[in-house]
Design a binder for this molecule. Structure first.
Ligand code: AMP
Length: 218
């Protein structure tokens, strides 16, 4: 199974990806996570990407595309993958198409997770993430057992700078201008699976699985 999770920041792509990789025994490739790891490790890529990320802007396509090229050839992708947060521009989608073609692979679906804008702002600005393992929580919808502390590794949770409300508004603007057009791009390819991204996490997961199994994205 190879598919894209498309949706605005805060649509729950990362949360769904975590469950879907278990179900299908595939890997999650989150460009946001890879970039954050690079920023933390102080690599050249991380240094270049940092200023864009802080402002809620997209990191230049060339950097992202070469990062993905390096990732998709790794052996853990053999069984399949979920692309979470990539592609985000038409240029990235074109590059992905060319790369998969070269590898003799095709996407099963583009799963589009739809959530109303007012919910997105509420969801993202209440998000807290673990500074150690990256696990995600929410101050209202998904509280940790002890306030401010990760259930899994007991490390302090942080409020990511790019999850602050002003940056969130910027990220949503960028999403509308640069990324939302990809819905049409993949509709033309006939592989879009539209999912209602509101409600309980498990209900959304079941909707995605039912759609994928029905081959609706094809
Ligand atoms: P995310 O966690 O997916 O929302 O990504 C956090 C930030 O990383 C974004 O606001 C962008 O600055 C950057 N980023 C992640 N994925 C991409 C991508 N595919 N293209 C450009 N920038 C990206």
């Amino acid at each position: 199974m190879r598919f894209i999770l498309l949706g605005a920041p805060g649509a729950g792509k990362g949360t769904q990806a975590k469950q879907l990789i278990e179900k299908y025994n595939i890997v999650q490739i989150s460009t946001g996570d890879i970039l954050r790891e690079n920023v933390k490790a102080g690599t050249e890529l991380g240094k270049n990407a940092h200023s864009y990320m802080e402002k809620g802007l997209l990191v230049p396509d060339e950097l992202i595309i070469s990062m993905i090229e390096g990732r998709l050839v790794k052996s853990d992708c053999k069984n399949g993958f979920i692309l979470d947060g990539f592609p985000r521009t038409v240029a990235q989608a074109d590059a992905l198409g060319a790369l998969l073609k070269k590898m003799g692979l095709a996407l099963n679906a583009c799963v589009y997770v739809e959530v109303p804008e007012e919910d997105l702002i509420k969801r993202i600005s209440g998000r807290r993430v673990c500074n150690g393992c990256g696990e995600s929580y929410h101050i209202h919808f998904n509280k940790p057992k002890t306030e401010g502390i990760c259930d899994k590794c007991s490390v302090q949770l942080i409020h990511r700078k790019d999850d602050h409300e002003d940056t969130v508004r910027n990220r949503l603007k960028v999403y509308h201008n640069e990324t939302h057009p990809l819905l049409d791009y993949y509709l033309k390819q006939g592989i879009v699976l539209k999912i209602d991204g509101t409600g309980e996490i498990n209900d959304i997961f079941n909707r995605i699985v039912a759609g994928l199994e029905a081959g609706k994205g094809k």
